[in-house]
Ligand binder design. Structure first.
Ligand SMILES: [Fe+2]
Length: 257
């Protein structure tokens, strides 16, 4: 049968919506409660909706009973502190799974390439229902930072680099595209991330906010791109060597036991 997906995301796997006027809203992300959760860099997360309405950010499939990333339960103490963020997450009217604010410490383009990953948004998602994608609303004004999206983790030939000023709004099929943020600067970056179910509601929202499936790439000097790619290659190889040696050590220990 297959999943219901957005035609707007078919070409590249992402859309950029009109920029939101972030300056008009209070900085609610400073008031909500964060928990330590390492994901693609030095990060913390503040959940607004979670599997059971508790302040934790684990995948819904890790709860009992395990379930897919839909029907998130809003957390009253967080909702009270961040009504505008909740309003924005609910605006499409699409089913919301996880909804949280990420805090990301500054990093480099090379870090970002190493951090590239795909999400597991659709684990346990029933066939024939809406494919889960993610909204990214940048909250802080990270003028020099950008999202990096690739079809393939280690292949730079398809790389989208999308600017992250305050109010930038992206919807990304993060299970399809490898993704991470390059966050240059000195202060942490904050971004609202919402899991939405694809369907007519999300399509209408994308259309209303003039979603486009291509924007000009943020320009990065070629030497920085090349150095980042080389560093990604080096780190992936170092990690593989580490685990190979560890596996071998474990195997030796087991054979000696
Ligand atoms: Fe992700």
């Amino acid at each position: 049968m297959g999943y219901i997906k957005s035609a707007a995301l078919e070409e590249t796997g992402y859309v950029v919506l009109d920029r939101y006027n972030q300056e008009l809203d209070p900085q609610e992300w400073k008031d909500i409660e964060y928990v330590d959760w390492k994901s693609s860099g030095e990060t913390q997360f503040a959940p607004l909706a979670s599997a059971k309405g508790e302040i934790e950010v684990n995948g819904f499939w890790n709860h009992k009973p395990p379930r897919t990333d839909k029907d998130g339960v809003w957390i009253p103490s967080q909702v009270e502190k961040a009504p505008n963020l909740v309003r924005r997450a609910q605006e499409p009217g699409a089913n919301v799974g996880r909804c949280r604010v990420i805090e990301l410490q500054p990093n480099t383009y090379a870090d970002c390439l190493y951090n590239l990953h795909q999400d597991d948004n659709n684990r346990l998602n029933p066939d024939g229902t809406g494919w889960v994608v993610r909204g990214f609303f940048n909250l802080t004004d990270d003028k020099d930072s950008f999202f990096v999206l690739r079809d393939n983790r280690t292949d730079p030939s398809v790389e989208y680099r999308i600017a992250l000023p305050a109010g930038a709004q992206l919807i990304i099929d993060t299970q399809r595209l490898w993704h991470a943020a390059t966050h240059l600067g000195t202060d942490p970056r904050y971004c609202l991330i919402t899991s939405w179910e694809s369907g007519p509601e999300l399509d209408a929202y994308i259309e209303k906010h003039n979603g486009v499936s291509r924007v000009p790439n943020v320009e990065v000097p070629q030497d920085v791109l090349d150095a980042g790619q080389a560093e990604q290659t080096r780190r992936i190889a170092a990690r593989a060597a580490y685990y190979a040696a560890k596996g071998k050590a474990e195997a030796t220990a087991m054979s000696e036991a």
